[in-house]
Design a protein around this ligand. Structure first.
Ligand code: TXD
Length: 307
């Protein structure tokens, strides 16, 4: 049974590990710097297994020795934004946290795949790649699965359709310049461009881009975590089970879409080696331009990293 560690026992980390337990993973570790937090949450979750029908062993710990030989490590440690903050405002503090976490993780699990969740996502994933010294296929980030889930929900709400019938695609950075792709977003195979007015589509695109901020505004003390935690669990499952599932992920591009040497959201085949293939889908010239702008914004932000 594959071993999966989640670093950060806060909102996203807890939701992620709980979903992994529900999916049937039994060898799980939840680690945090706060004494008692991962231990308490792990115990609570294992007891929930009696009701929810899973049999996971979740080790709650503050000691990286317990993470030894993990196959997948999900990193959610770091600050979340508060109302009025952009994700980019978190860069200095979260880079410091990511650096110390990645070092401890690699010392104990040199063969792991690292899945980064901490914001600003694309810059933190690039930073983890640089700090770890791992090949780029073994370091990826979670965001497009979440951004697509948000877009799926807004399409479902607008059309009064079942979210299960909807596919949505969002590429690019996890920031203001993310690139929702209406032409590839479908309801039972039919593009939303045939089902909705331009105004409706523009609203969906804008609400998707502001999806995180809308929730932060309601919560006031932190950011979204149910959909983010579930999205990280979905990606971890694809890697741990070597499923080869295509999930859009924050990946290091090496010329795909005419962009290179930067992390950004693109469709990726996930398996035991992490990112096994980046898929190049046909984009309109406008979408392609938006993807390039998004990449340049990430590249610019990465200049602020202490490398
Ligand atoms: O799409 C995405 N990638 C995102 C990212 C979606 C939602 C949240 N996103 C980001 O994830 C968010 O902006 C934050 O940067 C992270 C974690 O968000 P979460 O909502 O889980 O924050 P919490 O609840 O504050 O939890 C963070 C935990 C908390 O328990 C800290 O004690 C812990 O991180 N922490 C650490 N753990 C281990 N090691 C170190 N050094 C450490 N520092 C803090």
């Amino acid at each position: 049974m594959k071993k999966i560690t989640v670093v950060g026992a806060g909102n996203v980390g807890a939701q992620c590990i709980y979903r992994l337990a529900q999916k049937g993973f039994e060898n799980l570790v939840l680690i945090d710097v706060v004494d008692g937090l991962p231990q308490g949450k792990a115990l609570d979750m294992m007891q929930a297994g009696a009701v929810d029908g899973f049999n996971a062993h979740i080790k709650g710990t503050n000691d990286y020795k317990n993470t030894q030989d993990s196959d997948v490590v999900v990193i959610t440690a770091g600050l979340a934004r508060k109302p009025g903050m952009s994700r980019d405002d978190l860069i200095a503090k979260n880079a410091e946290i990511t650096k110390s976490v990645v070092k401890s993780v690699i010392e104990n699990s040199p063969n792991a795949i690292l899945l980064i969740v901490t914001n600003p996502l694309d810059a933190m994933t690039y930073y983890a790649y640089k700090i770890s010294g791992l090949p780029s296929n073994r370091v990826l980030g979670m965001a497009p699965v979440l951004d697509s889930a948000r877009m799926q929900y807004f399409i479902a709400e607008t059309l009064k359709a079942s979210i299960k019938d909807i596919y949505a695609e969002v590429l690019g950075s996890h920031g203001d310049l993310m690139v929702p792709i209406p032409s590839l977003s479908t309801v039972k195979g039919k593009s939303i461009t045939e089902l909705l007015t331009t105004e409706q589509i523009n609203n969906i695109v804008q609400r998707t881009k502001d999806g995180g901020a809308e929730i932060v505004k309601y919560l006031k003390t932190g950011s979204a975590y149910y959909a983010p935690g579930s999205s990280a669990a979905e990606m971890s499952e694809a890697i741990a089970n070597d499923s080869k599932k295509v999930l859009s992920s924050c990946c290091y591009v090496t010329g795909q879409y005419g962009i290179k040497d930067v992390y950004l959201g693109v469709p990726a085949k996930l398996g035991k080696n992490g990112v096994e293939e980046i898929l190049e889908i046909k984009l309109t010239p406008e979408e392609n331009k938006a993807l390039h702008n998004s990449a340049e914004a990430v590249r610019e932000l990465c200049k602020a990293l202490p490398l």
